[in-house]
Design a protein around this ligand. Structure first.
Ligand SMILES: [Zn+2]
Length: 133
């Protein structure tokens, strides 16, 4: 039997796989918008589908509804540059994400946002040491 003949549960249930995938995208950023840091409620295609953008992890970032709607069919990096909440660290994170380097992207996002969920405890420690000083 060839491996191609194997039937995977995920192939039988594309909806299930899609849901899991969406969840995992939001998880990467601690459910925050990659552009502004607000809670992510949607998945944004960095290269819009209308321009041939694929629904792959590299092309899909967690975004809040206002960023997603505002950006619309524009190039994400050009659009982001014009925003009031523009942060060069986030821009670097978006670029790293597009290149498939999610680890680097997440690191940069943590750097840009000290309230990042994963970093919560570290942030608390930093805050108390700052107050003591
Ligand atoms: Zn946003």
């Amino acid at each position: 039997m060839h491996i191609d003949d194997a039937v995977f549960l995920e192939d039988l249930c594309p909806k299930f796989r899609f849901r899991q995938w969406r969840k995992s995208i939001h998880k990467f950023t601690g459910k925050s918008c990659i552009y502004c840091g607000k809670p992510s409620e949607s998945i944004d295609h960095v290269l819009p589908r209308s321009q041939g953008g694929l629904s792959t992890t590299e092309n899909c970032v967690p975004a809040c509804l206002s960023c997603n709607g505002d950006k619309s069919d524009e190039n994400a990096l050009y659009w982001y540059r014009r925003q009031k909440f523009y942060d060069p660290r986030r821009a670097m994170a978006i670029r790293a994400w597009l290149e498939g380097d999610l680890r680097l992207a997440i690191r940069l996002l943590q750097w840009a946002n000290p309230n990042f969920q994963v970093n919560k405890n570290k942030y608390k420690t930093d805050e108390s040491s700052y107050k003591a000083a």
